[in-house]
Design a protein around this ligand. Structure first.
Ligand code: SAH
Length: 267
């Protein structure tokens, strides 16, 4: 049977009548996470952020995971991955104290590392209750590499694209110590996807445009799922989930989100 395809690139005006099917989790409706005690992850005895705080960070991360679970994240595989990746190694030394707060943080070049609960929420949606690991996953917007590291625990291979050379290099540096052999960092325009790695079991984007680029839809495997922010006709971003089935595409528009804009070209 020939798959039926709606008009794509997917535009939100064609989606506006679509009711959220998954549980909306507007940021405002989520429980606030209290700031960690000052100094709980700070530099000690002149050590840099890569040394000496490992044991402290286990407990602080466990607390972050507990908050994620209280905030509605149920997928044990996601919680486990969030509890494993040391987020403090991806932020500037001056921000290490805030690394496990539920907040986005600057990572340079005007970009931000996403809030833990948004990372967890999107990966939970991406997994869609799968048993075991996903296959190949494409990530658009590597940034500092944090989410790529989390994805490496839930997927067999992660292809992560960044359009800003400075961040691509920063992510490479950040990830080096983790020795994640299944993470492939790519410098390029993620709006084109990465055809060589296709088809993908899942595609996740952390920057939002006015539509879902056609290459992402083309490169998604049948049975695969895409999770991305997209600008609504009202000018706000919402999280969009697209499932590619043998019968065509199905989509859901979920809660409001605040991501940096998806931009074309490299810089
Ligand atoms: N997942 C990242 C979040 C980074 S913010 C982290 O964990 O740190 C989103 C990133 O998307 C930014 O670094 C921005 O430069 C990048 N981006 C925006 N448009 C892009 C495009 N067309 N291709 C690749 N990356 C893009």
């Amino acid at each position: 049977m020939t798959p039926q395809r709606p008009a794509f690139p997917l535009k939100l005006d064609s989606l506006s009548g679509n009711k959220p099917k998954a549980k909306p989790m507007a940021a405002a409706a989520r429980p606030a996470v209290k700031a960690l005690p000052a100094g709980s992850l700070g530099q000690r005895n002149g050590q840099d952020k890569s040394q000496g705080i490992g044991m402290d960070s286990v407990a602080v991360r466990a607390r972050m995971v507990q908050k994620l679970a209280q905030g509605g994240i149920q997928d044990a595989v996601v919680l486990q991955a969030m509890g494993t990746v040391e987020r403090h190694r991806f932020v500037e030394t001056a921000l290490v104290n805030q690394a496990y707060e539920d907040t986005s943080l600057p990572i340079g070049l005007g970009q931000t590392i996403s809030k833990p609960n948004v990372v967890a929420r999107m990966i939970e949606l991406l997994r869609n209750g799968a048993t075991g690991k996903l296959g190949r996953v494409l990530e658009v917007g590597t940034g500092c590499g944090y989410q790529a590291a989390v994805l490496s625990h839930i997927a067999s291979e992660v292809y992560s694209i960044e359009r800003l050379k400075g961040l691509h290099e920063k992510a490479r540096e950040n990830l080096r110590a983790f020795r994640l052999h299944n993470v492939h960092l790519l410098f390029g325009d993620g709006m084109e996807g990465f055809a060589k790695g296709a088809p993908y079991a899942a595609i996740i984007a952390e920057a939002g445009g006015n539509n879902i680029p056609q290459p992402w839809l083309d490169q998604l495997a049948v049975g695969g799922r895409l999770v991305a922010p997209m600008v609504t006709p009202a000018g706000h971003q919402a999280l969009v989930v697209v499932d590619k089935t043998a019968q065509g595409f199905q989509h859901q528009v979920l809660e409001a989100v605040h991501f940096v804009p998806l931009k074309s070209g490299i810089s």
